[in-house]
Design a protein around this ligand. Sequence first.
Ligand code: ADP
Length: 328
Amino acid sequence: MSESKIKSVAVLCSGGDSPGMNCAIRSVVRTAIGNGLDVYGIQRGYAGLLEGNVKKMDASSVGNILQHGGTILQTSRCPEFHQPEIRTEAAHILKRKGIDALIVIGGNGSFNGAWELHKEHGVLVAGIPGTIDNDIEGTDYSIGFNTAVQTAVEAVDKIRDTAHSHDRTFVVEVMGRKSPEIALHVGLCTGAENIILPTKDEINYDQIAADIKRGIKRGKGSSIIIAAEGEKEGLSHRVKDELLNKHGIDSRVCILGHIQRGGNPTAHDRFLASQMGYIAVESLCRGEKAIVTAQRKGKILAVPFEECLGKKFNTDPEFLDIVKTLSI
Ligand code: ADP
């Protein structure tokens, strides 16, 4: 191990929480200690940083947490962080506390905040993708997505049992205000008859109704429609009303909601988070100034921060074809 370019590092979680964040915190803290660094935990994201809510951590601060959802550091949204003068204050606080580099675990918004801190004040930053939406550009996966999908799949399997017993149609609403990822994966994994994505396109109710009726005709006992919540509340109830009023199809609604954010992280998310935390710290020790730990083609890499600032929305049409083909 060569001499580290930094002496201390702090870690925070920001934006929406996701299962596996604890695992990443543990990895950051223990890798930092392994490199002889002082390591600090910032409570409640950028808001906590501005309050100076910064505590030194040791190996036992992160004992027995890797299997738990949520985040021991808690997280927050901090609208003030959009203001340059507030970020100046944050940079001063880091300097005053003797913190050489900041590791941010979060989504796009959180990364944009870290990038501004770096550009404006030269703060050394590493981003670790943590969001159930899996919508960060530049990385194939983010921490928490796999767990959220697994949770939703288990729930839909249970709903399918009762749907089948009663020959019922269900509209199951999953998370995804702008991102289609959870809906697509859950739809494919549960054999959903239809998936509604959060696009600007009109929902094709005629097509959905035709699919359901075709299934019934060939003796299908139940139908499941997976709907990504979208930006306007109440989508699944609107779908139910349209199907009933225009097509005479009765259905039940189940909104999975926040259960998708909680729970023990899957092995996949622990695997990702442990590697990402390690690579974030090692990269900063080697002298990297602004990187994100990204998964590309199965490998975890430190990539330039600028490559991970946008949102990805890449619904592969082939993916939808697979769903359609398998759910006849
Ligand atoms: P996520 O990180 O999960 O995408 P948000 O978009 O809510 O969540 O962002 C989390 C926080 O990151 C915001 O509350 C704000 O403090 C900070 N942030 C978001 N966008 C920016 C930006 N463009 N400039 C500075 N800070 C930002």
